[in-house]
Design a protein. Structure first.
Length: 1262
């Protein structure tokens, strides 16, 4: 082997270069190859494209592995061969050789879409299209002459564009996925699954297989041969095809395995170098076809039955192979009905009259018949025919399916019996015919195992055409056993009988037919002796196929009946003639409450009620005697002695001769039916009484409904009255409290004011009781513990009931929490305690008992309208005078009282009733005259943690300097609130409806808290006002107030989450405390946020609150407005805190330019409140007109205006009035003032009032 270490590459082509002896080649030994040739060859070998190097004057061909894959069978003989006459150029030889010749002349050549044949070594070679490029390889001359072309490097590229290739790929993928046959692509020596289609998953299951080797993807595959085939195809590159392959898979969830029959092909996939990279698998599941064909073959073989189908419309006749053999017809070729008729003896033609379909003829013309035929080979046979009409294909119309079978043996046997007096020769013929007529195979052999005799059944069963194929041959050539091998042949039972004289019987063995199929047989072998000499052996065998099939069918039928017997929901049992149980199913065992073993030790009488045994056994014995089946309703007994009703049907089982063998009983539990019948009888007997009871119950329900409707009507009335009443009380109370602080009042007047305030408080309590009864009182529930509530109000409770009444408190350990309004709970306990006090004028005992209870009684829960579960029970009882039934019935009605006029309102218990129901609880009253009263209240348990109550009743009243927006439509009440808040030092803005309040909020003024009535006129409801307020000012606090909030902020009697409500009427100190508490919480919250985001908030704190910019409709063009301050009753009022009034700048005249009319009004009113004069206009054009009509000190304008901008307006105004000061309101901040080119002031939006005042002070000072 020559030293060619310069060669780079390990492919097949490189190995050929290394292994070839080049000394006799025109190229010479590789050691003398020029550097240019070496370099060019290395380039070709390492190229991913099919590359061909043609070198030297002999134009020898050297190429790489990819080119070898393209030329097929022409490789490797073409390697090193001359170019001329090469078969790989067949079809384009002239073009290719011309192009290479031109390249040897120094011209680069390219041939697009060149058709080249790939030599496959088969009859049809493969033509493919390529793009051929030929490049000359130049080599310097050794003698200093100019460089010459030493060779040509050719490359091939498949002539397929990228788009068409991708489209072809998509098409192939779609075709693969939608194909009904299963397909898969596996890669590499481990056969890793790369792609499968839906048909694959349908066959093998939907387990993920992509990325798995074949052996891991198919662990249930029993046959390792499939993997070996994959290995062989991958290693050899040869396609493997198989039809009717049997595949067995282990069952996933069952014992055993599942089988399938497949037609499939394994097609190798080659890479660009021609190496096998993977395998394409395609196949079809032909199990159903295989099973159908196998069944047809079995039917065809069983009993020598031939099958035919006759299509009368087309006249076509389809027959089976067995049919052809019976009629002696060739194995192929068409068969006509006339051809068959011609073989039948004429005397039997009348039997065939119905074989032709006629109008009005019989429905099934192919009835059973027998006829004698003469076959084409001259053999005469007796055949029987039977057919049926089949109409399973509406397109083909009626067709007839039938069978024919050979009855010659029976006919011959009949003839042989009739010819018993025939000659010996005839007798011998008869014996032979008798042998041929039997369905058992018969043959004889000599001592050497050569077959000497066989009958027709032998030929038929083994598939031989005639005796010529059998006689004179070795028995093991004629009969092949499934377990035949060298050892079994020497131990053959038939040969031992022929050679050793031993009789043998074999129960089961499989013989193989001529066509390769097998069938089970049972055979006997007997030795044949003549004159004391052992001559051979006789053997008879029987086809066990039908017997096995029958046994399997019998076994299946028995298993099926057993499964039905055991799994049926109906009670089955089998008894002997003495009534002993022989078999029972599980349904009967369950019904009787006994095991199967116990039942098989018992009799029918053992499980029957003693009173029913005599009748049952009489009918039982009569059924045995005459077969009279009977049905009896009787009672069975369970082991505990309980009886239940069954309906039992009993019949007998007889043998073939009609003798009774056993009894079958079918029983059904009819206890419920009997109960229903008894209930129906009782219903009919008590119908009249039940009608009366239903009428009484309906009357009670109607009365309860009327009472509920009355209570609801009263509730609606009281709710409406309470709303208006609370507004009136708030005005009166608020003004009285303000008046009370007037130092000019004398003592007598001050006492009168206090008396009036007390009356207002009593009116407020009455209103609260009305709302509570009507369930309109807004609750503010929280998770509380009633033990803590009772402990906190101990002093209050004792003052309320007096010293002569003893209070006893009994509270269970670990009391559960409940979700309640703590203030309303206190009112409930106080009102109930006061009622108890009034019932005990001479003293007594008041007991408060609190327990954890679980309610589950359906009757009580239905009556109380509660859900089952955990509750906290509050029980308040006294030993006072009690109530009469009449008083007890009306105890919860509003305004009902037994006290004298002026001593009570009659709202205490009605308030308690309303609060409890509003809290999703239940209240009941138990009282008898002279025996005291007990009130039981149930509240649902709450699993939340207890929220401790912050009692701020004695909190100091403090004010502040924050800004508060008061929204109230009642002017008197609005004025009272404003005076109250102003006196506490707050800045106060006011609005009389939602629209006006929204405009103030949109103006950009910093509002810290909004105090608004719930019920407001206008198109903006209070809930929408609150929502937009939080969007505009996320840190704003909102406090609602109402005498009757309806459903705006209260749902199901409870305040919405996060809602703060101050119910009317309220005291001034209550208002002040609530507002101070909310503002302090707000300040604390903002402070925490500032600490968390200190740097960002520092920048934000530099920004000022917004000027009024809103979305309200702009007034008509040219319209302006001039607002003056009418004292303290302006539409929007700002009350400055003490000490700030003197800080205001001296009065200036300002022209305010703002296109939003609401924002414009607000700015003007603020300026007038600060002691200035202000006039408002909506556009720059209106401003220029106003400047000509009146003198102004300051132009206050927004930058963005309709038409002319605020900056252009200021420039024109300064041209006319150079001393005019300018203030810009803009979201761009100080940038506007710096960039306009003249002196001005800028208020960055948002801004606050202090910033505005500071700028006005500077202007006034200048």
């Amino acid at each position: 082997m020559a030293d060619i270490s310069w060669l780079r590459g390990t492919g097949l082509a490189a190995q050929i270069v290394t292994a070839t002896d080049w000394t006799t080649s025109p190229l010479g030994a590789p050691a003398q190859w020029s550097p240019t040739l070496r370099t060019s060859l290395n380039i070709a070998l390492h190229s991913p494209l099919p590359s061909l190097l043609v070198w030297g004057a002999a134009r020898q061909m050297l190429y790489n592995d990819a080119f070898a894959a393209c030329i097929g069978a022409a490789h490797p003989s073409a390697f090193g061969a001359p170019l001329s006459g090469s078969p790989l150029w067949r079809g384009a030889g002239r073009l290719c050789e011309a192009a290479i010749g031109a390249a040897f002349n120094g011209q680069q050549q390219q041939l697009p879409r060149l058709s080249l044949f790939q030599e496959t070594g088969q009859a049809q070679d493969i033509a493919r299209q390529w793009d051929l490029t030929c490049v000359p390889v130049w080599e310097d001359s050794a003698d200093g002459q100019p460089a010459q072309v030493a060779g040509v490097l050719c490359t091939l590229v498949r002539a397929t564009t990228l788009d068409s290739a991708l489209a072809h790929t998509d098409l192939l993928r779609d075709l693969m996925e939608e194909s009904p046959s299963f397909k898969a692509v596996v890669r590499g020596p481990q056969h890793v699954f790369e792609r499968v289609n839906g048909a694959y998953f349908k066959l093998f299951g939907d387990r993920p297989v992509l990325g798995l080797p074949a052996r891991e993807a198919l662990p249930e595959l029993l046959d390792e041969n499939l993997f070996a085939l994959l290995d062989r195809v991958y290693q050899t590159g040869q396609t493997y095809t198989e039809r009717g392959a049997r595949l067995f898979l282990r069952r996933t969830h069952e014992i055993g395995f599942a089988g399938a029959v497949l037609d499939f092909v394994f097609q190798p996939i080659r890479d660009a170098q021609g190496q096998v990279a993977g395998i394409f698998i395609e196949g079809n599941d032909v199990t159903e076809r295989f099973v159908a064909e196998e069944r047809l073959r079995i039917v065809d073989r069983a009993g020598g039955i031939g099958i035919f189908e006759w299509f009368p419309i087309s006249g076509k006749l389809a027959v089976s192979d067995r049919f052809r053999r019976l009629w002696g017809l060739p194995a192929d070729g068409e068969v006509s009905s006339q051809q068959l008729v011609d073989m039948i003896d004429e005397e039997f033609h009348p039997n065939l009259g119905t074989s032709r379909i006629k109008e009005g003829g019989p429905r099934n013309p192919l009835e059973y018949t027998e006829y004698h035929i003469t076959r084409p080979d001259g053999e005469q046979r007796w055949l029987a025919r039977k057919g049926e009409v089949v109409e399973d294909d509406p397109r083909a119309g009626s067709r007839y399916v039938g069978v024919v079978f050979d009855v010659t043996s029976r006919k011959l046997m009949e003839q042989a019996l009739a010819a018993s007096e025939a000659s010996v020769r005839a007798n011998n013929a008869f014996v032979r015919q008798l042998l041929d007529s039997t369905d058992q195979g018969f043959f004889s052999i000599d001592r050497d195992g050569i077959v000497t005799l066989c009958n027709a059944a032998f030929l038929q069963l083994l598939g031989y055409a005639s005796e010529k194929d059998v006689l004179g041959r070795d028995i093991h050539e004629v009969i092949v056993s499934a377990n035949d091998d060298a050892g079994s042949r020497s131990d053959c039972a038939v040969l031992r009988a022929a050679r050793e004289g031993l009789t043998a019987h074999v129960d089961s063995e499989d013989f193989i037919r001529v066509d390769g199929s097998s069938f089970p047989v049972q055979y006997q072998a007997h030795p044949v002796w003549q004159d004391g000499e052992l001559q051979g052996a006789l053997c008879t065998f029987v086809d066990l196929t039908e017997r096995r099939r029958g046994l399997q069918a019998l076994s299946w039928s028995e298993n099926r009946l057993t499964a039905i017997f055991n799994q049926a929901s109906v009670c089955f049992s089998e008894l002997d003639l003495q009534g002993r149980y022989l078999r029972v199913n599980q349904a009967l065992c369950r019904m009787l409450g006994r095991t199967e073993a116990e039942m098989l030790e018992m009799t029918l009488a053992d499980v029957t009620h003693p009173e029913d045994v005599p009748m049952n056994m009489n009918l039982f014995n009569r059924c045995i005697a005459d077969g009279s089946s009977f049905t009896l309703e009787k009672r069975y007994l369970r082991p505990d002695g309980r009886a239940f009703w069954v309906s039992s049907d009993i019949s007998r089982i007889v043998d073939d001769e009609g003798r009774p063998q056993a009894m079958i009983a079918v029983s059904t539990d009819i206890t419920e039916r009997r109960r229903a019948e008894d209930a129906l009888r009782e219903l009919n007997d008590t119908l009249e009484q039940r009608v009366v009871e239903e009428i009484v119950e309906r009357s009670r329900a109607e009365a309860a409904l009327r009472q509920m409707q009355k209570m609801e009507a009263v509730g609606q009335l009281t709710g409406g009255v309470a709303h208006d009443f609370n507004n009136v009380l708030q005005i009166i109370g608020g003004n009285l409290q303000l008046l009370q602080t007037d130092p000019r009042l004398d003592d007598r007047s001050r006492q009168r004011v206090r008396t009036a305030i007390g009356a207002v408080d009593r009116g407020a309590k009455l209103s609260s009781q009305l709302l509570a009864f009507a369930r309109r009182q807004p609750l503010q529930p929280r998770s509380i513990n009633l033990e803590r509530v009772v402990q906190n109000m101990d002093d209050l409770l004792r003052r309320a009931v007096g010293e002569n009444i003893e209070i006893s408190t009994v509270i269970t350990h670990d009391l559960w929490n409940t979700m309640l309004d703590p203030n309303q709970v206190e009112n409930l306990i106080i009102n109930t305690a006061i009622n108890s006090r009034d019932a005990m004028p001479n003293g007594g005992r008041l007991t408060l008992q609190i327990d954890n209870v679980q309610l589950s009684d359906p009757a009580f829960l239905s009556q109380a309208d509660l859900q089952p579960g955990d509750y906290v029970e509050l029980q308040i009882s006294d030993n006072g005078a009690g109530m009469s039934p009449e008083v007890r019935e009306r105890a919860f009605e509003p305004f009902f009282t037994t006290k004298r006029e002026g001593e009570g309102t009659g709202l205490g218990l009605s308030m308690a009733y309303g609060f409890v129901k509003q809290s999703r609880g239940h209240i009941s009253l138990h009282s008898e005259a002279g025996k005291g009263t007990t009130i039981r209240i149930y509240f649902p348990r709450c699993v939340d943690e207890e929220v401790l109550i912050d009692d701020n009743r004695d909190m100091e009243v403090r004010g502040g300097d924050e800004t508060i927006l008061v929204v109230e439509d009642d002017p008197n009440l609005q004025l009272t609130v404003i005076d109250t808040l102003s006196s506490l030092g707050y800045r106060v803005l006011k609005a009389d409806n939602g629209e006006r309040a929204l405009a103030i909020l949109q103006s950009g003024i910093a509002v810290d808290l909004m105090f608004t009535d719930v019920v407001m006129p206008g198109s903006v409801p209070v809930t929408e006002l609150a929502r937009q307020a939080r969007q505009l000012l996320p840190d704003i606090e909102i406090l609602f107030t109402s005498g009757y909030p309806r459903d705006a902020i209260v749902h199901e009697g409870r305040l919405d989450a996060g809602v703060e409500l101050l119910s009317k009427p309220y005291r001034i100190n209550q208002l002040a405390q609530r507002i101070r508490q909310m503002l302090s919480s707000r300040a604390h919250r903002i402070e925490l946020a500032q600490l968390t985001h200190e740097r960002d908030q520092a920048n934000a704190n530099a920004a000022l609150h917004i000027l009024p910019v809103g979305d309200s409709q702009r007034p008509a063009e040219g319209q302006d407005a001039h607002f003056e301050q009418p004292g303290v009753s302006s539409a929007t009022e700002l009350a400055t805190a003490p000490g700030q009034a003197g800080a205001a700048a001296s009065g200036l005249r300002l022209l305010v330019v703002e296109d939003n009319i609401d924002s414009q009004q607000l700015v003007c009113e603020l300026l007038e409140t600060l002691g200035h004069q202000a006039r408002g206009v909506v556009s720059a054009e209106d401003a220029q007109q106003a400047l000509g009509e009146q003198s102004f000190d300051v132009l206050f304008t927004d930058v963005n205006l309709p038409g002319m901008s605020g900056v252009d307006l200021a420039k024109r105004a300064l041209e006319r009035f150079p001393d005019l000061a300018v203030i810009f309101a803009s979201g761009y901040g100080a940038m506007v003032a710096r960039n306009v080119g003249f002196a001005s002031h800028s208020l960055p939006k948002p801004y606050d009032i202090d910033q505005l005042q500071e700028i006005l002070k500077k202007i006034a000072a200048a």
